[in-house]
Design a protein around this ligand. Structure first.
Ligand SMILES: [Zn+2]
Ligand SMILES: [Zn+2]
Length: 161
């Protein structure tokens, strides 16, 4: 399928760091684990998984901070060096090839709603989830839930490594 004209801009709070997403993401996680709750200071994290080369830095610099994770393998959080807002993470699994973009940093975050809710065993009890989106108490099987196009994009990425 040909790439459409999909494009979304986003950035940090002081606006020094700006980026552009050049295609739709692979998949969007809404993660309700306690680590995401702590890191966001909120009830969940909303992360769009996307190939690193499809996130273009328009301005500013990236400050990469190594941060612990529940798995013990750690993540690299990319932040604006001035205001310290986090814009995306890279985890050990997919490495630098796939960014977990923080959807709330997009100018039009409403355009990337969750494709799945994960780790809902620790979801805040007051939060009601919508019907029509898969809800997983822990993690999930990518081959069951991802669109075929996203699976193919991921396979291409891993083959190119
Ligand atoms: Zn900033
Ligand atoms: Zn999480």
């Amino acid at each position: 399928m040909a790439e459409d004209v999909f494009s979304l801009d986003g950035g940090c709070t002081c606006r020094a760091l700006r980026y552009r997403v050049t295609s739709k993401p692979l998949f969007v996680h809404c993660c309700h684990c306690t680590w995401c709750q702590r890191e966001t200071g909120s009830a969940f994290a909303l992360n769009a998984m996307i190939e690193a080369e499809r996130v273009v830095l328009l301005s500013g610099e990236m400050d990469v901070v190594h941060t612990p994770t529940n798995s013990g393998k750690g993540q690299k959080i990319t932040r604006c060096p001035q205001c310290r807002i986090a814009v995306w993470s890279n985890y050990s699994g997919a490495g630098d090839a796939i960014r977990f973009l923080r959807v709330g940093t997009l100018d039009q975050a409403f355009r990337l709603p969750p494709d799945i809710h994960i780790f809902t065993s620790t979801k805040q009890p007051w939060l009601m989830l919508p019907t029509g989106v898969p809800v997983m108490s822990e993690y999930y099987d990518r081959n069951v839930h991802w669109p075929q196009e996203s699976l193919e994009r991921r396979a291409a990425l891993l083959a190119a490594k």
